[in-house]
Design a protein around this ligand. Structure first.
Ligand code: FAD
Length: 368
C-alpha cells in the first residue's frame, strides 16, 4: 500500500474480534489498534458471562491455540439449569462450555498479537472521519487527543460501536441493556442457569459461579431495565437463589439481531467484525465464536487484496450469517412460552437430576 497514510489499517477495539484480526494480519501491513481497556486489573472490563461455547473452542482450535490455565475459573460446569418462571418448570441440559475469566481471556488474546501491530490500550477512540480516500482517527490517551490516518478502518468495537454510529447511523440493530451483578457465592452447589421470564424481559437471563463469586445477569428492554432486573431477582429468590449485597454491578448494551437485514455490512474501506457487525446469537447471546470467525474471514481478505474487498469479506461471512439465521429460527422454541413449555415438558435431551420430577416440575416452585 502507498505511504500516503500513517497506517494501512486502523482497528478500533481489541475484544476477541479485534485481537484475532490484529494477530492474523500480514506483517506487510502497518497496523494500529486502539482499545479502551487497561492492560491490567483496573479500568474498563467487558461485562460477560465468560463462557466459551463449543463453537468458540473450535474457532480457537482452528488456530492451534490452547488456553493458559490462569484464564480458567473454578468450577467447570457440565449442565445448564433451564428455568422457566412463567411455566414453573426447570430442566437440566448438558453443555460443553469452558468457564473463564473474561477479562483475563481478552488480555491473553491481546498478549499474543505480534509486536508489529502498534497497540494503544487505555485509549478511547473519540472521532472518525473520511479523509483523502482513507480515514482520520482521533483518540484520547493520557488526557491528550491524537489523530492518525489510515487507509482501512475496522470496527471491532462491540455493541455500541463508534465506527457503526459514525458511518452507519441508520443501522438500528435490536438491542437490550445487559445488567450483571456479582455476589459472594453462598449456594451449597455452584450451578449455571438460563432463565426465562416473559414478565420482565422477552430475552433471557443467566447465572454462573466463578471463583467463589456468583454472577447474575440478564438482557432487558431499555425502559425500566433496572426495575425489571430487580423484579426478576425477587422471583428467583423465591425459588432458592441467594443474592445478598452485590460486590459490583455492571451494565452494557447487547445486540440481538432480529433479521438478516440487521447485520452491518460496511463499505468503501470500512469493515465491521464481531458484535459491531451484529454477529451474535439472538437465542443465547453467545458472541465470542462469531467475533473470532469474522476476524479470521476479514484477515483472509485483507491479506490477499484484490477485487472489491468489502464484497469479498461479506461473502465470506455468509456462513456466520446463516448460523445466526438458524438461531433466529430456534428463538420461538426458546422464547414463546407455549412452545417452550412443550419443549421443557417433553424432556427431550434433558438430564435427569435428583430432585427434579420427570415432568420438569421442580420442588423449588411447589415449596412457595
Ligand atoms: C453481559 C453479557 C454476557 C455475555 N456472555 C457471553 C458468554 O458467556 N459467551 C459468549 O460467547 N458471549 C457472551 N456475550 C457476548 C460477547 O460478550 C460478545 O458478543 C463478544 O464479546 C463480542 O466480541 P467483540 O470483540 O466483537 O466485541 P467486544 O468483546 O465488545 O470488544 C469490543 C472492544 O472494543 C473496545 N472499545 C469499544 N469502544 C471503544 C472506543 N470508543 N475506543 C476504544 N476501544 C473501544 C472495548 O474496550 C472492547 O475491548 C455476552 C454479552 C454480554 C453483554
Amino acid at each position: 500500500m502507498k505511504g500516503k497514510f500513517d497506517y494501512d489499517i486502523a482497528i478500533i477495539g481489541l475484544g476477541p474480534a479485534g485481537s484475532t484480526l490484529a494477530r492474523l494480519l500480514s506483517p506487510k501491513y502497518k497496523v494500529i489498534a486502539i482499545d479502551k481497556k487497561i492492560f491490567g486489573e483496573n479500568g474498563f472490563q467487558k461485562p460477560c458471562g465468560g463462557l466459551i461455547s463449543a463453537d468458540a473452542q473450535k474457532a480457537l482450535a482452528s488456530f492451534d491455540l490452547t488456553l493458559p490455565k490462569d484464564v480458567l475459573v473454578d468450577p467447570q460446569i457440565f449442565a445448564v439449569k433451564t428455568i422457566d418462571l412463567k411455566n414453573r418448570l426447570i430442566r437440566h441440559y448438558q453443555r460443553f462450555y469452558i468457564n473463564l475469566d473474561r477479562h483475563k481471556f481478552d488480555l491473553w488474546l491481546e498478549s499474543i498479537i505480534p509486536e508489529t501491530v502498534k497497540i494503544h490500550s487505555n485509549a478511547i477512540c473519540t472521532e472518525l472521519k473520511r479523509k483523502n480516500g482513507g480515514f482520520s482517527v482521533s483518540y484520547l490517551e493520557k488526557e491528550e487527543t491524537h489523530t492518525i490516518t489510515a487507509r482501512f478502518l475496522v470496527g471491532a468495537d462491540g455493541a455500541n460501536s463508534i465506527v457503526r454510529r459514525t458511518f452507519c447511523p441508520e443501522k438500528q440493530i435490536r438491542n437490550y441493556l445487559s445488567i450483571q451483578q456479582w455476589f459472594p457465592e453462598t449456594h451449597p452447589n455452584p450451578f449455571y442457569s438460563c432463565i426465562f421470564d416473559p414478565e420482565t424481559t422477552d430475552c433471557c437471563s443467566w447465572s454462573i459461579s466463578k471463583d467463589h463469586q456468583f454472577i447474575f445477569g440478564g438482557a432487558f428492554p431499555m425502559d425500566n431495565a433496572k426495575q425489571r432486573f430487580e423484579r426478576q431477582k425477587e422471583k428467583l429468590e423465591k425459588i432458592g437463589f441467594q443474592f445478598g449485597e452485590p460486590l459490583k454491578t455492571e451494565a452494557c448494551l447487547v445486540l440481538r439481531p432480529s433479521s438478516f437485514r440487521d447485520f452491518c455490512k460496511g463499505e468503501k474501506g470500512i469493515f465491521f467484525i464481531g458484535e459491531a457487525a451484529g454477529f451474535i446469537s439472538p437465542s443465547s447471546l453467545e458472541g465470542i465464536s462469531s467475533a473470532i470467525y469474522s476476524a479470521r474471514d476479514l484477515s483472509r481478505v485483507l491479506n490477499h487484496p484484490h477485487g472489491d474487498l468489502n464484497r469479498r469479506y461479506w461473502k465470506k461471512t455468509l456462513k456466520i450469517r446463516i448460523k445466526i439465521g438458524l438461531k433466529l429460527l430456534k428463538c420461538p422454541f426458546m422464547y414463546n412460552s407455549f412452545l417452550r413449555k412443550l419443549v421443557l415438558k417433553s424432556g427431550l435431551q434433558s438430564i435427569k437430576i435428583d430432585g427434579t420430577t420427570n415432568k420438569g416440575k421442580n420442588p423449588a416452585f411447589s415449596a412457595k
